[in-house]
Design a protein around this ligand. Structure first.
Ligand SMILES: [Mg+2]
Length: 90
């Protein structure tokens, strides 16, 4: 019997695949935190649009899922590129 990858692990793998794809396509990451957050915000907006399309306009669930994966990947990217340790923030 073939082993199944649990859904949670599959989704995490999808996010890391997207993270690697994005880092290869756009290796640079802005040092300005507001510019970096704007990238995350752009992905959030795209996920919102895909959710609207999926929920109300017959859009594809796969497109919505894809946007969620991109949003999660960019959330990881801004986290990984944050220069200061959390304890520095006061
Ligand atoms: Mg997107």
């Amino acid at each position: 019997m073939a082993s199944e990858i649990p859904l949670r692990e599959k989704r995490i793998a999808d996010v890391f695949d997207e993270l690697r794809r994005a880092e290869a396509k756009h290796p640079g990451w802005p040092s300005d935190p507001f510019v970096a957050l704007a990238i995350v915000g752009e992905e959030f907006g795209e996920a919102q649009q895909a959710a609207l399309d999926y929920a109300y306009h017959g859009g594809a669930r796969a497109a919505y899922y894809g946007e969620l994966v991109q949003l999660a990947a960019m959330a990881l990217r801004i986290l990984f590129n944050t220069s200061k340790e959390p304890t520095d923030a006061q």
